[in-house]
Design a protein around this ligand. Structure first.
Ligand code: BGC
Length: 767
């Protein structure tokens, strides 16, 4: 694959040097910042006439955009939920010696640099520009969204004339006239309901149409000459939904004029009342504390995050930079504190996928949050689905299922399905399995047995009821079958007996039976409550058993591999390396018809099952299936490379595992799929972390016991990563010769290291 890397390597920073006009939208994605409650693309503060994609988003604030397609089919979703592009509060128009500043129109741009500081959580941009009249200025902007104060962000925007005195105008504004990149019916998403401006403060009150989220966007500005505050009253302008404060100042050469802007959103997602006073107080307090104070606070917040999640790789700065970037972006997207929020495939960095929740969360992100943030964050992610159980039951009712059967949506904001492609909405039902799997993973990882009787069992019952009804009995095969399926490989639709889906359905039914028994034996009060609520019966449980023991699993005894679906071997089985390079990626070059008939696999499908259910198969079975399917896989989903990396590690294919890891972790940094301008692939970043811990670290949990079986890539001299066991942090340090464990807290942990049972005592190293 061709790489388009224009970024520098650094262990803790993402650096762009030199102005790349053709990469502005890519950099806007790559340098995005966020704090779990809001996030924004790295747009320039000043106006820019070149290509740009402006975006600023608030977690959970969405609009149900009425669907244009398929609504005539019964059961089709009514809307597609979209996280909304929200009022812009970062804008600062700049005028120097009567010339509007625009990076697209400068005579020269020199020493242009962007830095995303991963360690301390800020974004910096600086450059020297020569204007048409030869005025030379230095400009630097530093920006962050506060991790400590979730409603606010800070900008310090500095201009320093270099060769002459300048008359500078800084027009700082908030602007409600924003729109998403697309809307199905050109509907308005926002209604603006009021404006206020007082001293150096301004705010705009808005409400989302249909969903009625209230948002007050604000800004509060302060001006400094060198480091001295200037108590300057701005000129105020109010135009439609834009409020601007303009400051004018004469600045001698080599003196600097800075504007410190505190801005952000107070929204009904976080506050019971959304009013101007609150935004005024919040921003005033921030300005009184000062930019440097808040930046320090930010550094401390990030220090805490890194203490619990850093991955250290020696001998490979490319890999080091990538994994830290992935961890950084995951933390910017979701902090684990709020059970109403989740992780969209693009986080706050773009609008594709609408910002909704996919199976990506459970299958690719859940292990990361559990191991680096602890069980509370993971429980919040599980609770998100528990809270959507009623809707999942309604979703399946819309398709004709009943008796409390739950089909979780392929994509959602509020629990309702809103995926707009029938072959996915109705057929990609394996997502239900990933949701059950996360419950199992949590229970196995944490040993917290209370989640299942309290919440988890109800979800498992709903899911199993769905499988029971969705599986049908084939007289011919004398087995239960799943017809009309799309597996994880979306380059096949409407197939029969997709092995992965059949396998996870079987596993779910089995796991539910075990958990019903467990709750009945140990948590009688909960059992009675659940039985009453769900009407669960013995006959039903017996039926689940009968079904899971008799589900058809397509298998080819000659090749000794599981079949992705019935009929897979009828395809012209040509390997991916026979596709001409200029026809890749195939989803950008081939008709859908051609893709569907081809043997090419978008992402791990059979192999996804081998990844989840490692203990159910021998290494030899894994090898055969890996070697059969991998040559047909085009990895055109960002979620593919990480699973392949983990499996290649399990097979000791170290070089392959390493290459897949780079593909997963540097997918955006190196823009492998030539689409980074649309936003980052946040959910696959969770997969990159799994490739480190489960792949190279060989971490596995079986029946609540952790084991590590490391396989270091040849290039690396050492690797270390952290796992949070309810507040005690286990650091696993691997080098070419040995593995060392270190534990915080006060409880020892028993584990298996390269086949040997050991006990790790708190505050002691064990090698
Ligand atoms: C993948 C899905 C995934 C979705 C969102 C698709 O391209 O095939 O598995 O859930 O993207 O990341």
């Amino acid at each position: 694959m061709k790489k388009y890397n224009y970024l520098k390597l650094h262990p803790w920073e993402i650096i762009e040097e030199g102005f790349h006009a053709n990469k502005v939208t890519s950099s806007e994605s790559l340098f995005s910042i966020g704090n779990g409650y809001m996030g924004q693309r790295a747009n320039f503060e000043e106006s820019y006439s070149g290509e740009t994609f402006r975006g600023s988003y608030i977690a959970g604030v969405y609009y149900p955009d009425r669907t244009k397609v398929g609504w005539w089919k019964i059961g089709y979703p009514d809307f597609f939920a979209k996280v909304l592009n929200s009022p812009n509060w970062i804008g600062i128009e700049l005028n120097i010696n009567n010339q509007d500043f625009d990076l697209n129109k400068c005579s020269r741009i020199e020493k242009f640099k962007r830095v995303l500081n991963l360690k301390e959580g800020f974004y910096l941009r600086s450059f020297e520009a020569v204007l048409k009249d030869k005025t030379r200025v230095f400009i630097e902007s530093k920006r962050f969204l506060s991790m400590a104060r979730k409603d606010i962000g800070m900008i310090r925007y500095k201009i320093k004339p270099i060769n002459k005195k300048c008359s500078i105008k800084l027009k700082s504004y908030i602007d409600g006239d924003v729109a998403n990149q697309d809307s199905n019916w050109d509907e308005q998403f926002w209604k603006h309901e009021g404006k206020e401006t007082k001293d150096n403060f301004a705010a705009l009150k808005s409400k989302t149409l249909k969903t009625s989220y209230k948002v007050c966007t604000f800004m509060h500005n302060e001006l400094f000459l060198n480091n001295e505050i200037i108590r300057e009253k701005p000129k105020i302008e109010i135009k439609k939904n834009k409020i601007s404060h303009t400051f004018s100042y004469e600045v001698d050469s080599n003196k600097s004029l800075s504007i410190v802007k505190c801005g952000g959103y107070v929204s009904s997602i976080r506050h019971s009342s959304v009013n101007f006073n609150k935004t005024y107080e919040l921003s005033k307090e921030a300005l009184d504390l000062g930019f440097n104070f808040l930046l320090n606070e930010q550094k401390n917040e990030w220090k805490k995050i890194w203490e619990n999640s850093d991955v250290l790789i020696n001998g490979d700065v490319k890999a080091q930079q990538a994994i830290r970037y992935n961890i950084f972006q995951l933390n910017q997207t979701y902090t684990g504190e709020d059970e109403r929020l989740n992780i969209g495939p693009k986080g706050f960095t773009g609008e594709k996928y609408g910002g909704g929740t996919y199976w990506d969360t459970e299958a690719f992100c859940f292990p990361f949050y559990l191991a680096t943030k602890g069980s509370l964050a993971a429980r919040n992610l599980l609770r998100y689905r528990y809270n959507h159980l009623e809707k999942a039951i309604e979703n399946s009712q819309k398709l004709g299922f009943g008796n409390g059967a739950a089909l979780y949506p392929m994509v959602t904001m509020n629990g309702e399905e809103c995926h707009n492609e029938w072959e996915i909405t109705f057929e990609e039902i394996h997502r239900n399995g990933a949701i059950a799997y996360a419950i199992f993973y949590y229970e196995n990882f944490t040993n917290d047995k209370s989640y299942i009787p309290k919440y988890g069992l109800e979800v498992l019952i709903g899911i199993s009821r769905f499988w029971k009804q969705r599986l049908s009995f084939s007289e011919e095969k004398n087995k239960y079958v799943l017809l009309g399926i799309t597996g994880p490989n979306e380059y096949e639709n409407n197939v029969n007996n997709n092995w992965y889906t059949n396998y996870i359905a079987k596993w779910c039914l089995n796991y539910s039976v075990v958990q019903v028994q467990n709750v009945r034996e140990k948590y009688m009060t909960d059992y009675k409550r659940i039985k009453k609520k769900t009407g669960l019966s013995e006959i039903e449980i017996k039926k689940w058993k009968e079904i899971y023991q008799n589900i058809y699993m397509p298998y080819d005894s000659k090749k000794q591999v599981y079949l992705q679906q019935e009929g897979f071997l009828d395809k012209e089985l040509k390997f991916v390396d026979e596709i001409p390079m200029n026809e890749r990626p195939i989803n950008q070059n081939w008709s859908w018809d051609k893709i569907l008939r081809s043997p090419y696999i978008k992402q791990a499908d059979v192999l996804q099952g081998f990844y989840f259910f490692e203990d159910d198969f021998t290494r030899e079975e894994l090898r055969r299936n890996f070697e059969f399917y991998e040559p047909f896989t085009v990895h055109e989903s960002s979620l593919s490379a990480c699973v392949h990396s983990i499996l290649a590690s399990r097979l000791y294919k170290k070089q392959k595992a390493y290459q897949f890891f780079l593909n997963a972790s540097r997918l955006d940094l190196d823009d492998y799929n030539k689409e980074v301008m649309e936003g980052l692939h946040i959910t696959s970043m969770g997969g990159a972390w799994m490739a480190i811990s489960k792949g190279f670290g060989g971490m596995k949990i079986s029946n609540g016991v952790f084991s590590f079986n490391p396989k270091l890539p040849p290039k690396w001299t050492s690797l270390s990563f952290k796992v949070n066991f309810d507040g005690s942090i286990l650091t696993v340090m691997i080098n070419k010769k040995e593995t060392t464990f270190e534990l915080t807290g006060d409880r020892p942990i028993n584990l298996i290291s390269s086949g040997k049972k050991i006990t790790v005592q708190p505050k002691k190293h064990i090698t």
